[in-house]
Design a protein around this ligand. Structure first.
Ligand code: SF4
Length: 117
């Protein structure tokens, strides 16, 4: 008879150990910020991450609602390419308000979470 063992810890998937945001101080604040400069910084970290595709696939599977995952900005469960600064829109868009554009991998582009706005 094989003894049943109940896992006492949740295993971290191997790919998560390679995440560029792992052990990054203040990562939660940065990757869930409403501030455009912080969103841009988080996306730039993702752009260097060796597990960006795995991260995005997992976030889509989990139906993440908010935050930066796999280089993409999730707002109310949708991937959005840009986010407006709070308040009245500027007549002259500021260059620093342009978020880094990271392409969504082709095999994920059909998913309903994608919003082209
Ligand atoms: S893609 Fe971004 S959010 Fe995902 S593990 Fe890498 S750095 Fe973290």
């Amino acid at each position: 008879m094989v003894a049943m063992t109940i896992p006492t810890t949740i295993e971290t998937p191997n790919w998560e150990r390679l995440a560029a945001c792992a052990d990054l101080p203040g990562a939660t604040q940065l990757f869930f910020s409403d501030e455009l400069h912080e969103i841009a910084r988080a996306k730039n970290i993702c752009a260097t991450c060796p597990v960006m595709v795995e991260c995005l696939e997992t976030a889509l599977e989990r139906r993440e609602q908010w935050g930066i995952w796999g280089g993409q900005l999730f707002v109310a469960g949708k991937i959005v390419m840009n986010k407006r600064r709070r308040g009245r829109p500027s007549k002259h868009p500021r260059p620093e308000d342009q978020l880094p554009q990271i392409p969504v991998p082709e095999h994920l582009q059909h998913l309903p979470q994608l919003q082209t706005a």
